[in-house]
Write a protein that binds this ligand. Structure first.
Ligand code: NAD
Ligand code: TYD
Length: 338
């Protein structure tokens, strides 16, 4: 099988490409990535150098000519779209790139896949399209979409477009909706790597609001497994939920990181809340369990220990991704919150 993976130099895409090439000796992967601030070509440099089944194209999923050219390859079987602007806080500062990449870019890929008769399209979405839960209940695939941030609104728009491509053109389309991922290669603007980095440096750890917001955390390779199963066995036109069965308050996540690192809880600093901050996400993934055989493989604390081990062993990676622009963004972001 030959697959076009978009956004493969980001957090989840990197893990997905590594895992799929490891598991499937007969798969070939083309990675199309624009290399925004969140994309790092060095993540997969060893594959570029030594793995003939992997190739990299730097480019934008909004570029019609380029995407048409890549998808004209008669050997290409499938597209998996990870490419996105992915950070909620950045979407609050400026929604425009989210509309461009997450909606227009996704539609451009769908259109190119349609015109080239690609036999499978997996669009990677998020639990955030469902909006927020109160203290009880879980999101199912039948929960109405009710996004609250510019990020989740852009992802929900692309989900609707995917649905339309299936209903209107019969395009073989599957949408995956997953909860919060953690693991190797996550960019240190998201909660877990950010807290790790700041705790290591004995800096204050910003917890939004009262820290009682709840996320369901999934080990990144378990999400990759869900995407793989959707690609191989998903029903056309269906959306599938994936989760880690690991609901945690943000405060508990931060405390667990501190306990693993042996750092004091006095570093915790409550800061201004995120506007429109969703209270709770929780996933019912019965459909994926029944139809695809999906189950998460690792509990939250074990996964967190593995994640921290990875960051400890990849200090060079962390240095590399902390560009001047990153430091400026983070300084401004911290100032705005305190
Ligand atoms: P990320 O921000 O780490 O990586 C995104 C990648 O997409 C980067 O490599 C970036 O360079 C690339 N990209 C951005 N705009 C592009 C464009 N216009 N053309 C080509 N490439 C472009 O994101 P991630 O955390 O790996 O998330 C991947 C996907 O999974 C996203 O679609 C996201 O919405 C979804 N998702 C993420 C999570 C999570 O917890 N991180 C949870 C559920 C769903
Ligand atoms: P994040 O990793 O940005 O993922 P998402 O917004 O997609 O869920 O944030 C996870 C949770 O942690 C979210 O409730 C916001 C909160 N948070 C903090 O409390 N402090 C922080 O510094 C960050 C980045 C997030």
């Amino acid at each position: 099988m030959k697959i076009l993976v978009t956004g493969g130099c980001g957090f989840i895409g990197t893990n997905f490409i590594r895992m799929m090439l490891r598991k499937h000796p007969d798969w070939q992967i083309v990675n199309l990535d624009k290399l925004t601030y969140a994309g790092n070509r060095l993540n997969l440099l060893d594959l570029e150098q030594d793995e003939p089944r992997y190739s990299f194209v730097q480019g934008d999923i909004c570029d019609r000519e380029l995407c048409m050219e890549i998808m004209a390859d008669p050997h290409l079987d499938a597209v998996v779209n990870f490419a996105a602007e992915s950070h909620v806080d950045r979407s609050i500062n400026d929604p425009s790139p989210f509309v461009t990449t997450n909606i227009q870019g996704a539609q451009n890929l769908m259109e190119c896949a349609r015109q080239n008769g690609i036999s499978r399209f997996v669009h990677v979405s998020t639990d955030e399209v469902y909006g927020t839960l109160g203290p009880e209940g879980k999101f199912t695939e039948c929960t109405p979409l009710a996004p609250n941030s510019p990020y989740s609104a852009s992802k929900a728009s692309a989900d609707m477009m995917a649905r339309a491509y299936f209903e209107t053109y019969g395009m073989p389309m599957v949408v995956t909706r997953c909860s919060n991922n953690y693991g190797p290669y996550q960019f240190p603007e998201k909660l877990i790597p950010l807290i790790y980095l700041r705790a290591k440096a004995d800096q204050p750890l910003p917890v939004y609001g009262d820290g009682m917001n709840v996320r369901d955390w999934i080990w990144v390779e378990d999400h990759c497994l869900g995407v793989e199963l959707s690609l191989l066995k998903g029903r056309d036109g269906q959306a599938y939920n994936f989760g880690g069965d690991a609901e945690e308050t943000n405060l508990d996540v931060v405390r667990t990181i501190l306990s693993i690192l042996g750092k004091p809880e006095s570093l915790i600093t409550f800061v201004k809340d995120r506007p429109g901050h969703d209270l709770r996400y929780a996933m019912d993934f019965k459909l994926a369990a029944e139809e695809l055989g999906f189950a998460p493989t690792i509990g939250f604390r074990d996964g967190l220990v593995k994640t921290i081990e990875w960051y400890e062993n990849h200090a060079d990676w962390l240095d590399q991704v902390q560009s001047g622009a990153y430091r400026n963004f983070m300084n401004q972001w911290y100032e705005d919150r305190t």
